[in-house]
Every structure is written in C-alpha cells, then in structure tokens.
Ligand binder design. Structure first.
Ligand code: CDP
Length: 238
C-alpha cells in the first residue's frame, strides 16, 4: 500500500535536521517505514550518553572522565514489534523512556557541545548509515555527518507550535510538565545547539526547508516522500 522503494532504487541517505519539536522524529520514522528504509535517531544517541554521564556523575569539565565513559558506552537500537517502534539501548538495557525525561532533556545540549562526544557519535552514525537506505534525523546530519546525503531536509516550526507539540507528546507519555518548563528547555537548547563551536545546528545550503507550523503530519510525510522519489528517480536515470 505504501510507497516502498524497490531494490533498483538507489539506496539514498535522507538527512532531516532542525530544532526540537518540529516533528522531525515522527516524520522521519514514518518516511523510513513507508520507504522500507532504516531510521536512525541521532538525538537519542546524545540523550543516551547524557543519561550515562548523569548516572555515573561524569564531570563535564574532566576530559579523562569523559574519555573513560565514552569507552564504556555501547548504544544500539532494537525494533519493538508490540510498540511498533525502534527503542534505544545503552549497554544492553532499554533506556527509551529514561532518555525522554526532563533530567536528560535539561542536560543533553551541555553534553552535546563536547567535541569528544560529538566525534564518537558522528563515527557511530556513519557506521549506522553505511550502505544507505537510511533516514537519519538530528541537528548536523546534512552538514557534518552526511554532507553528501542525496536528500537533505531542514524542518522548522514557530515556537508556539513546537511548545504545544512537545507538551502533548510528553503528556501522552504520562509526564507531568508545565508549558513554562517546556518553553525554557526548548529556548535554552535552541541557543546552545545553534551557537556551539563544533557542528552547530544550521540549515545546509542544499537542504529543502519545510515549515511545519500550519501543515498536517501527513502533508509533512508526503512532501519528503515526493522529494525522495524524485531524487531516487533522478539518480537511477543518471
Ligand atoms: O527530541 P528533540 O527534538 O527535543 O531532541 P533530540 O533530537 O532528541 O536531540 C536532543 C539533543 O541532542 C539536542 O538538543 C542537541 O543538543 C543534541 N543533538 C545534537 O547535538 N546533534 C544531533 N545530530 C542530534 C541531537
């Protein structure tokens, strides 16, 4: 029923970047599922490192502790058939729910500025994307991880729409939170993510920008599927 890519199609890489709560992850997951591609949530990887640092009291100023912790961390994704989603595992344990909590959200951007953390995650993301047929979402996928990705999308949305979406998402997961807490978290992460020295969040010059403030989820998904189809067609005719 869906638009699954055929074997003849070029196994492209689709990079989806943008600010938090613009609908990146849910859109990326759906696009991957309809095309029969693998989905990689790069943000979950930074969240997993953050959880480990919090639980092991890693001092963010201490390079030795950081290097040691990074060596101890193994991150994997496994598909949960019952929940119909990929879940994040840290050293074999399922941490999908823990990494969405505010204690992690409030710390993750401070961990993500650390060059050693970025370099370890970028290496892992490149391994996960090997062979193509991948949709990866994050902040620097089209600029740093896959600057040659065949399709790059940059998703935006106005601040109110983002706060509203994150609020509904957390509430549906049973997390009690005020809209002020969400506003504070999103604004702080926007600032840190887009001003950090190593691979800051920015739109790649060749990315297609999609403003999701006033379009439906289905329209977002369709737009990217159309872009992917036309890119795959152009490549297979080349
Ligand atoms: O779910 P949400 O959009 O709020 O964030 P996320 O995609 O889970 O990413 C969490 C944090 O990880 C971001 O705020 C960034 O600090 C960091 N991140 C990054 O630096 N680079 C990426 N490619 C992905 C995430």
């Amino acid at each position: 029923m869906y638009d699954t890519a055929t074997d003849q199609d070029k196994k492209i890489i689709i990079a989806i970047d943008g600010y938090s709560a613009c609908g990146k992850s849910s859109t990326a997951k759906e696009v991957a599922s309809r095309l029969g591609f693998t989905y990689v949530d790069s943000g979950a990887m930074y969240r997993a490192v953050t959880l480990y640092f919090l639980d092991h009291n890693v001092d963010l100023e201490n390079q030795q502790q950081i290097a040691k912790a990074l060596k101890e961390i193994t991150i994997t994704f496994k598909y949960n058939k019952a929940e119909r989603r990929f879940e994040t595992y840290l050293n074999g344990g399922n941490i999908e729910e823990d990494i969405r909590r505010m204690r992690v959200s409030n710390m993750v951007s401070k961990v993500s500025v650390i060059p050693e953390v970025r370099s370890a995650m970028v290496d892992l993301q490149r391994v996960m994307g090997k062979g193509g047929g991948v949709v990866m979402d994050g902040r620097d996928i089209g600029t740093t991880v896959y600057p040659d990705a065949e399709l790059k999308v940059f998703m935006t949305a106005n601040f109110e729409a983002r706060v509203d979406r994150r609020m509904r998402e957390l509430e549906s997961n049973g997390v009690e939170i005020t809209s002020d807490e969400i506003k504070e978290n999103l604004a702080t992460r926007d600032r840190i993510d887009s001003t950090r020295e190593v691979s800051p969040l920015r739109k790649a010059d060749d990315a297609h920008e999609i403003d999701t403030s006033y379009i439906t989820f289905e329209q977002q998904v369709q737009k990217i599927i159309e872009l992917a189809r036309s890119r795959m067609k152009a490549l297979s005719n080349a």
